[in-house]
Design a protein around this ligand. Structure first.
Ligand code: ATP
Ligand code: MN
Length: 467
């Protein structure tokens, strides 16, 4: 790994260094300081790894006032000799010759002075929680997964497309939207019927934050054939669950010439690739999270990589659920939208592996999904995962102009916002498919964290946008 950085060496590289005896400079934040009146041990972390570097300080050769400033949370620069460690737990340590304190952290008021805070408490200090082992690990894994997503698609020749964050269409149907406006809220312009006159707004119409890049993704797939988006999406759903955020990131590949089967193959291959990538590149962080929070994490990850996902019709899934020897909070019958408890029953209890559920009733799925010949179902596919429930939602898209229009009319979707989408079905339409992977749902699975608020640096949920 190339780990050059100006004026210091990264701890991740130093811990693997074989060049004992040389002079090194390290910079970072103090995790702990312990010792006696002769010798002090400082555990230093710079965020490059879950592991700390041990600094050994001969107390007599330092100004006592300086050493007093070195408390948990303080930022320092240390120079000294890299030596083999005599203690267990680390291969090398630094015999310190010189210390500079960049910033102190008052022991009385620094909130992370002690270890072992609850995840709930850490959410209240989201500005400081990246300094904990847990969030360091989560953020490094988050980075690695983002990188792996780009690598996967790039290696396959997919084109990364940036779809708009501000959208003029409110017909995407994926959830309640946040309005974007520059109108004076104290003095809103009104039409004769008293409704707000968005013609006077910045864009000359009502605009929202996007809930999905799919519709625009389809437009570009109709030219570049295989594309993906990876960006923030926003849903004003008032659902305070451990799996929903108001602002989350989504990966949405969209492929011309793919039918539902190829779409499922891609989704399964993609997610296995990401888990394998995490295994190969985030081993230390995964082991930490496994030992700290979720003793079955590594096992669960391994089982997903090594197993073929079940592919099952919605109708069969409902039959299994109706026969289940478990009482559900929401009763099941053909036609209902499945809840997380149902999805998890299929995955965790019945099949004990991930399930791709297809051919859902058209009434509970979006207007653009390809209609099956039975007149009742559409070619939707949801990928259901242990502990999470739905991690991916996708479908083959309806490419027939006539069938799409018929559905749009049935559902009374306002055409004036959608003409550009319909045009793809008028000019060179082809069979095509795509799906959306919720980035934070993926991270819930890969990190084993139980709450989606703990896999994004600054979560946005109802009544929470402090940081
Ligand atoms: P759910 O039924 O779980 O609310 P959905 O069916 O509304 O999800 P889709 O519109 O299919 O979700 O979005 C695609 C993917 O985006 C989902 O499979 C999920 O991984 C993720 N996702 C959806 N809503 C949220 C949210 N509020 N917070 C985080 N991820 C989400
Ligand atoms: Mn869905």
């Amino acid at each position: 790994m190339q780990m050059q950085t100006p004026g210091r060496e990264k701890i991740v590289a130093l811990l693997q260094s074989k060049e004992i005896g040389r002079d090194v400079t390290v910079k970072g934040w103090v995790r702990t300081k312990r010792g006696n009146k002769n010798i002090a041990f400082i555990a230093l972390n710079d965020g490059s790894t879950i592991h700390n570097l041990q600094l050994v300080v001969d107390v007599a050769s330092f100004d006592a006032e300086i050493l007093k400033l070195i408390t948990t949370g303080a930022a320092i620069c240390a120079k000294g000799k890299l030596v083999e460690s005599t203690g267990n737990g680390q291969p090398v340590e630094v015999q310190v010759a010189n210390i500079e304190v960049y910033g102190t952290a008052d022991a009385e008021t620094y909130p992370l002075q002690k270890k072992g805070h609850s995840l709930e408490f850490l959410r209240e200090i989201a500005h400081l929680r990246p300094r904990t082992n847990t969030f360091g690990a989560v953020l490094r894994i988050r980075h690695a997964m983002a990188f792996a997503i780009h690598k996967y698609f790039n290696d396959k020749g997919f084109v990364y497309v940036h779809t708009p964050i501000i959208t003029g269409s409110d017909a995407e149907g994926a959830g309640a939207m946040f309005t974007v406006t520059t109108l004076d809220l104290e003095n809103l312009p009104r039409k004769d019927d008293k409704s707000v006159n968005f013609a006077e707004d910045f864009f000359g119409k009502h605009t929202n934050l996007t809930v999905s890049g799919q519709l625009e993704g389809e437009l570009t797939a109709m030219a570049l054939s295989e594309i993906y988006t990876f960006g923030p999406t926003f849903r004003a759903e008032n659902s305070n669950t451990p799996r929903h955020l108001a602002e989350f990131w989504m990966i949405e590949p969209e492929m011309a010439f793919y039918e539902i089967k190829e779409n499922m193959d891609l989704a399964e291959d993609f997610i296995k690739y990401l888990v394998r990538y995490a295994f190969e590149n985030c081993a230390d962080d995964l082991k930490f999270l496994n030992d700290m929070w979720d003793k079955e994490l590594l096992e669960r990850l391994q089982s997903v990589v090594n197993t073929e996902f079940v592919r099952l019709d919605y109708t069969e899934g409902v039959e299994i659920l109706m026969k289940a020897d478990q009482k559900f909070e929401f009763p099941v019958s053909w036609g209902v939208d499945l809840q997380s408890e149902h999805e998890r029953y299929l995955v965790e209890k019945h099949f004990k592996k991930p399930v791709i559920l297809t051919n859902y009733p058209k009434e509970i799925k979006a207007f653009y999904m390809k209609q099956n010949d039975d007149g009742k179902t559409v070619r939707a596919m949801d990928v259901l995962f242990p502990k999470i429930g739905e991690i991916i939602g996708g479908s083959q898209r309806e490419e027939s102009y006539d069938k799409l229009m018929a559905r749009i009319e049935e559902l009374n979707i306002p055409l004036k916002d959608m003409w550009w989408y319909i045009d793809t079905r008028r000019f060179g339409t082809v069979p095509h498919s795509g799906f959306g992977l919720g980035f934070e749902r993926l991270l819930l699975f890969v990190t084993g964290m139980a709450n989606i608020r703990d896999v994004i640096p600054f979560p946005r949920t109802p009544n929470n946008a402090e940081f």
